[in-house]
Design a protein around this ligand. Structure first.
Ligand SMILES: Cc1cc2nc3c(=O)[nH]c(=O)nc-3n(C[C@H](O)[C@H](O)[C@H](O)COP(=O)(O)O)c2cc1C
Length: 238
């Protein structure tokens, strides 16, 4: 079984691709209401990197897994660098193989997004890497293939701490007049933090900063402070 967490579809696609190539099933970990059994199975964990770390719901999910799997692997998707995220995740749930796959950057709150050419090229390269990952999972090879980048310790510890403490506020979210009251943002939010009041989204406190609400809004009506106003939007689209 392959469990994934995904805000804008990159990690979902990776999980589904590996599942189809390894004759397995990909399941959204947010939808798992009961703790799944992992005994005697191949278990995959697929997720996006947030500030050189694994997102909080991924850490919470793997901590709950108990049992004796046959083989475990983790794949993180990231714009560029994973830092020590995979190594740290192994401390919570031992992984036989760890990979990072470069995918289009979705962090519209933090920076401009990539051009279409870059997006298409990253997805094409990821497709090649997925074939290799699937073959290695099938033959249960232990592999470490992670681009941790420079200054990984500082990024995965100090910068990650700063992100989780200071950058996850929902206060800067707002909706513009382009909102059509379609409720898509509330449906897409993995933290279930968005309620629709008088036809418009309102954010409560809990937020993973997955950017699904901003990036998937069909009307591009959601902003986060001033930072996102002039920026494009991204979600995975094969
Ligand atoms: C809050 C946040 C933090 C991010 N931090 C990093 C990072 O530290 N390094 C990186 O290479 N990409 C980073 N990214 C980019 C995502 O990891 C990347 O776009 C990922 O493939 C998104 O996956 P998803 O579509 O499954 O949500 C970040 C994205 C978000 C939303």
């Amino acid at each position: 079984m392959i469990y994934y967490f995904s805000g804008t579809g990159n990690s979902k696609w990776i999980a589904e691709q590996i599942a189809s190539k390894t004759d397995d099933i990909a399941v959204d970990m947010i939808e798992c209401s009961t703790v799944p059994s992992i005994d005697n199975q191949t278990i995959g964990i697929v997720f996006p990197i947030y500030a050189w770390g694994a997102p909080e719901p991924v850490q919470d999910f793997v901590k709950k897994l108990v049992g004796k799997p046959n083989f475990t692997f983790g794949v993180c998707t990231c714009g560029a660098e994973a830092g020590y995220a995979m190594k740290k995740l192994c401390g919570l749930f031992p992984l036989n193989s760890i990979y990072s796959v470069a995918m289009p950057n979705n962090y519209v709150i933090g920076s401009d997004l990539e051009s279409n050419e870059v997006i298409v090229s990253k997805i094409a390269k990821a497709q090649e890497k997925l074939k290799k990952i699937a073959d290695q999972v099938i033959s249960a090879q232990s592999v470490v293939d992670v681009n941790k980048g420079k200054l990984a310790w500082i990024k995965s510890n100090l910068a990650n701490l700063g992100f989780n403490k200071f950058a996850r506020s929902t206060k800067p979210f707002y909706v513009t007049g382009k909102c059509t009251s379609c409720r898509q943002c509330a449906k897409d939010c993995p933290a279930k933090t968005i309620s629709i009041i008088d036809g418009k989204p309102q954010w409560s406190k809990k937020c993973y900063q997955c950017t699904a609400c901003i990036n998937l809004c069909p009307a591009k009506a959601i902003e986060y402070g001033k930072a996102t106003c002039a920026r494009s939007r991204y979600h995975f689209n094969e």
